[in-house]
Ligand binder design. Sequence first.
Ligand SMILES: Cc1ncc(COP(=O)(O)O)c(C=O)c1O
Length: 302
Amino acid sequence: MHISLNIDENSPIQQIDSFELKKRNISLRIKRDDLLHPLISGNKWRKLKYNLVEMQAQKKQELVTFGGAFSNHIHACAAAGKHFNFKSHGIIRGPELDTSNPTIKFAKQCGMQLHPITRIEYKKRHNEEYLAQLQQRFPNAYLLPEGGTNHAALQGCKELAQSLPESDYIICPTGSGGTLAGLIEGATPQTKVIGIAVLKQAGYLVDEIKALSMRARTQSNWHLLCDHHGGGYGKFSPELWHFCQTMQVQHQLPLEPIYSGKMMFALWQLINADYFPAGSKITAIHTGGLQGLDGLRYRQLT
Ligand SMILES: Cc1ncc(COP(=O)(O)O)c(C=O)c1O
């Protein structure tokens, strides 16, 4: 199997103009990685790219990965399987599979084989023994962790940081920390890299980010901000959802409230609290995940 990684990574950069920014002489640019590919968008592609290289190097023909029923990662891996013509399996946190759920429906249409498991079994997804059993069950498969975060994922995010215009700050939403770790690897030491944790009590991620990135261990030009989770993973207030809709109308910036919207909402609050010195150049990474909006509508959460 040969996968040609023929995805154009030059996603656009959008400058945001607003009174709040002008007043402080702050330049805010959004790296629109949500536009990187219609289906394998944002940090999903960045993290998948070198995992696909590794999968080929290991001569594996199939991909096995993990995710919740509305997962952006499952959606992107299913799309990648179809696009690059390899077999994909999704181990889905169940216990049941709702085949009307838009993410699951899409994954099935792409040909992903879906394996729902109980929540108790799902908890074992990082357990070495469990993974060894899974490898025996799928001997031709490359096992990719939930969210696509591992060492191979960092390289693509590092390249993303290196491709950005000179910035005083780079900011991204943080779930497992892989994207932030890769951005720290690629950013210059003069740039501050900020992750907005989208889950509650995310302080433990600092050690995980340090375990992934040597630069995160040796440099202090990065921060994980843990007070902007808005109630926890997947939770969002009416104010946050209103903010997402306003950004769409006023700046033509599409956001969902789980990752990109949560980051932008936090960024806006930080700007208004004068967290950034006047004259700062900020680049925010739109990490994609807009398919999640379908899942929120399906659950009548928006
Ligand atoms: C759209 C989107 N943005 C950001 C993240 C968080 O990235 P990471 O898990 O690398 O911290 C995710 C999850 O992977 C995601 O789906």
